[in-house]
Design a protein around this ligand. Structure first.
Ligand code: GLY
Length: 384
């Protein structure tokens, strides 16, 4: 393993996010809830904390974190939202804002998002609009949230028109990625988050993709490889966010596989029993590489390698693997048209010239996409 580490005395890996005036650290390591409480206390001495979490995390981990806050003498109010994507809604935003106001959270206080991407996105957005902006801290409890959604300040909720269409950029003041919290994830949820890990290799780091191929089972097992994978992912994301916070350019690379993924999530009605975000991303990554191959951009062996790796991990990589079916080619292309990466009707894709060589391709013709999706719907399997 080869990563530049800034070690804290507790052996943590600290990844800075270098945003002028809004710089913050991502601290990665096992068993750091009490450290998190101490760091939050130091961020805002004397502040009250609103701890926003979901029912699952409230049962598993909230009492331990609250005990740490109490040790630090920090007053904490727990606010619990329902688990699941449906929570990223107008209704839940309203009730969360009301609960934060009822808890008398002021501009100088802190809101802590303690959960997966749903809790982080909703809580971050509530913090962005509450009293015109309150600071918040992310303590992500899923792999997907630790390597992607908790970092970079994208917050928001879904609309009937699509995912994440209502939101704000609001950077956290601190991110604590306690990798021991991931021990309680189901295998399915962990693997779904892994799709976002492998994405960083596919975007711009072929050596990391090689390393993932060799080490994915150790990442799941929870050894030092897990911390390394989270750190490499966060470092890659922090570098992109630092140069393009508001997605005017390079940040769109992080959407590799996501135009397909968002369409599949929409067509499966955000039903997590059928498809969770990371599984949709896994299919989207494989499709992005096979589409790049079809366009003559990417060597076929790289596209096959991506599909094979996802298959080896146990992630889906084809449209056939969408439980209940993905829909027709027309439905899939129409669902892509709802994605916010669409500018004046033209589809913007992230395509690849090979593993670690992704690039932004604006103006991809919908007919080209439809023909590709039609072929994908009749093919037998990614690695055939
Ligand atoms: N999840 C993509 C981004 O943060 O830009």
């Amino acid at each position: 393993m080869n990563i530049t580490r800034t070690e804290t005395p507790g052996g943590r890996i600290v990844v800075p996010v270098a945003l002028e005036g809004r710089a913050y650290d991502i601290q990665i390591g096992r068993h750091q809830l009490c450290e998190a409480a101490a760091l939050i206390g130091a961020l805002a001495p004397g502040a009250k904390v609103a701890l926003v979490t979901d029912e699952t995390v409230a049962t598993l981990h909230a009492p331990a974190l609250e005990a740490c806050f109490h040790q630090e003498g920090i007053a904490v109010t727990r606010i619990v939202v329902p688990p699941g994507e449906a929570t990223k809604s107008y209704a839940q935003l309203v009730s969360l804002c009301d609960a934060l106001l009822a808890a008398k959270i002021e501009r100088d206080d802190l809101v802590v998002a303690f959960g997966g991407g749903v809790v982080g996105d909703l809580t971050g957005f509530a913090a962005a609009v509450l009293r015109r902006g309150v600071r918040f801290v992310q303590i992500p409890t899923t792999l997907l949230a630790q390597v992607d959604s908790s970092v970079g300040g994208k917050t928001g909720i879904n609309s009937s028109h699509g995912k994440n269409l209502i939101g704000a950029f609001h950077q956290p003041a601190l991110v604590i990625a306690d990798t021991a919290l991931l021990d309680t994830l189901s295998e399915r949820e962990f693997k779904a988050g892994y799709a976002e890990v492998v994405k960083y290799g596919l975007i711009g780091d072929p050596d990391f993709f090689d390393w993932c191929e060799a080490n994915w089972s150790r990442i799941i097992a929870g050894g030092p490889e897990r911390d390394h994978a989270v750190a490499v992912s966060c470092r890659a994301k922090a570098a992109i966010v630092a140069r393009d916070e508001r997605e005017d350019g390079d940040r769109a690379l992080l959407n590799l596989g996501h135009t397909f993924a968002h369409a599949l999530e929409r067509l499966t009605k955000y039903d997590s029993t059928r498809l969770v975000h990371g599984e949709a991303v896994a299919i989207g990554l494989a499709l992005a590489f096979r589409f790049s191959q079809r366009l003559g951009l990417c060597p076929g062996q790289d596209a096959v390698r991506v599909g094979r790796h996802l298959d080896a991990v146990g992630l889906p990589s084809t449209l056939q693997q969408v439980p209940g079916g993905a829909g027709s080619a027309d439905e899939i292309v129409a669902a892509m048209g709802q994605d916010k990466k669409v500018k004046r009707g033209a589809l913007t894709f992230i395509l690849a010239r090979g593993i670690g060589k992704s690039f932004i391709a604006p103006g991809v013709a919908a007919d080209e996409v439809r023909a590709f999706v039609e072929d994908e719907l009749v093919m037998k399997g990614a690695a055939d």
